[in-house]
Every structure is written in C-alpha cells, then in structure tokens.
Design a protein around this ligand. Structure first.
Ligand SMILES: Nc1ncnc2c1ncn2[C@@H]1O[C@H](COP(=O)(O)OP(=O)(O)OP(=O)(O)O)[C@@H](O)[C@H]1O
Length: 279
C-alpha cells in the first residue's frame, strides 16, 4: 500500500495532507495518533470507501477498493449482545459468502459446502477459537468474539488485514493474546497487518513499522525510529516517556488513554452529530 502526497477531507475539513507512506508486504504496521486525527479515515481511504482529496493512493497495485477481495477488514469493535444466538462458526462463515446471503448460489454442491466447512474449521483453529466456536457468539467473551471476528476477516485468505482498534475494551491479557495472534498471522502466515491502535504497548513487541498521524500529517518509521520520548511528546502535545525495560523492551508511559465511551464517538459519523463532544 502506498500514499503519495495524499490528503483527505471530511465534512469540509482537511484532516491530513501531504502524506507519503509505504506499507510493505508482510509487515505489521500500527497506525497511531491522538483521537480524531483521522486514523479510521485512513483505513476508509485504503478500502476505497472515501476518496483521497489529493495525491495518489495504491493498494495491491490498484486503486483503493479495486482488490478488496484480497483485503480483510475488521471494523471498529462491536460486541454481540448476550442474546445473539448465531454460532461463532456461522459468523466466521459469513466472511466467505455473507455477501450472497438470501440468494441461492447455483451449483454450490456438496463438495463446495465441505470445502467451506473445512476452511471455517481451519481458520477457527488458526485463531485458537476451536473450543468455543460452536457456541452462540453472544455467550462468548469479548476476547473470544474478537478472535472469531479476526477469523471471519481471514477466511478469504486476504493479503492484507486492516483492523480498526481491535484491542479496544479488551482486558490486558486479552490485548496481549490478540496482539500475539496478529503478530503470528503477519509473520508466519504472510498477511500484511495494518492496525489502528490507541495504546502501542501491547503490540510494540510485534511491530515492524509505526505510522503516527498528527499535526495534519503523518510520520512513519520503525518503532525504534518513531517511538521516542521526544517524538511522542511532540505528536501528542503532552509529556510522553519511552522507557526501556531490563529485557530491552520499550514501554510508552503517559500516552493519552482512549475515552471510556469510545465507540459512541463514532456513532454520529455521517449524521453530523454525536461524536464531536468526545474528541
Ligand atoms: N463522515 C464524516 N463527516 C464529518 N466528519 C467526519 C466524518 N468522519 C469522520 N469525521 C471527523 O474526522 C475526524 C477524524 O475521524 P477518525 O474517526 O478518522 O479519527 P480517529 O483518528 O480514528 O479517531 P479516534 O482515535 O477517536 O478513533 C474526526 O474529527 C471526525 O469527527
């Protein structure tokens, strides 16, 4: 994926401009930055849901959206209500043929149904969800639901996996487990992972590249290049300290927390109301 001199405008406002970025194949990239700078909007541009206002954006050698069959997408977290009866495996299967729901697929014979079942089982195994995938998804924990949604995004064997804050509202052990899972999907399965995140700590260990969006532009580099006290303090406009543990791992301290009602800030998109108060 590449952006050259790219800019984006929403609601008559330029969020960022002059952005030059490249995400190479097989890399684990985090998109970070303060609330409201346009991280989710970047994901929408990469999916072709929103046109760039200037510059050039290419995804898998084509215009954004042209190869979405090879892009898995996990939108910002929605949790399933406890009363949702659909099983985890059925949610995963929707990633394969959910877009054909209600329309009979001619010639979908027994062999194809078996292949689909096998692919569901394979991807459920990959994300470590076999133990609960046959339960109603509403009865799975937040971390379990997230694994099943990642399986859904992976079922078509995408080359790129785009995730919008997949660790949001998970507890710390689940954040680490999902981060490790995504690291494995990237580095062992060869899927390029691009993930919007608020807290870099759970993923820091797995990252190849960091993109910070702030001050109307973007800054990219390796974690060692970008994650420094000086750079983060400047970008977040608040004191942020980067410490190195005795094991050599970086820890970011003082990074602004995501507000508790995070998903509410997105409820008003497109309606002109609702989310500005949370920024
Ligand atoms: N459809 C829209 N119409 C008008 N404004 C929009 C629209 N979509 C997003 N915005 C605004 O664009 C800005 C960036 O939104 P975006 O969701 O990309 O930010 P973000 O960096 O992902 O924020 P957060 O960290 O809070 O998730 C916000 O100020 C938001 O209010």
């Amino acid at each position: 994926m590449s952006l050259r001199g790219a800019a984006v405008r929403v609601g008559g406002r330029t969020l960022w401009s002059g952005v030059d970025l490249t995400v190479a194949t097989g890399e684990f990239t985090a998109v970070l930055g303060p609330n409201g700078v346009g991280k989710s909007t970047l994901v929408k541009v990469l999916l072709g849901l929103l046109p760039a206002a200037a510059g050039e954006v290419r995804v898998l050698g084509g215009a954004p959206g042209a190869h979405n069959g090879a892009v898995g997408y996990l939108p910002q977290r929605r949790s399933f209500d406890a009363c949702v009866r659909i099983r985890g495996v059925d949610v995963v299967r929707l990633g394969l043929d959910g877009d054909q729901w209600g329309i009979p697929v001619p010639g979908l014979g027994r062999a194809k149904r078996r292949a689909a079942r096998e692919r569901v089982a394979e991807v459920v195994e990959l994300v470590g969800a076999s133990g609960y995938a046959h339960r109603p998804i509403g009865q799975c924990s937040g971390g379990e639901q997230q694994r099943l949604l990642i399986a859904q995004a992976l079922i078509r064997r995408p080359q790129i996996l785009l995730l919008d804050e997949p660790l949001d509202s998970l507890d710390l052990p689940n954040q680490s487990a999902i981060a490790a899972l995504l690291g494995r999907i990237c580095h062992q399965e060869g899927v390029s992972v691009v993930m919007v995140a608020h807290d870099v700590n759970p993923i820091l260990h797995h990252l190849d590249r960091v993109v910070y969006i702030a001050e109307g532009g973007a800054l990219a580099g390796t974690p060692a290049e970008v994650i420094t006290s000086e750079t983060l303090t400047r970008l977040y406009r608040t004191p942020v300290e980067v410490l190195r543990t005795s094991g050599g791992r970086l820890v970011v301290v003082g990074q602004p927390e995501a507000p508790a009602l995070h998903s509410d800030r997105h409820a008003g998109h497109g309606t002109g109301g609702g989310h500005a108060a949370g920024l």
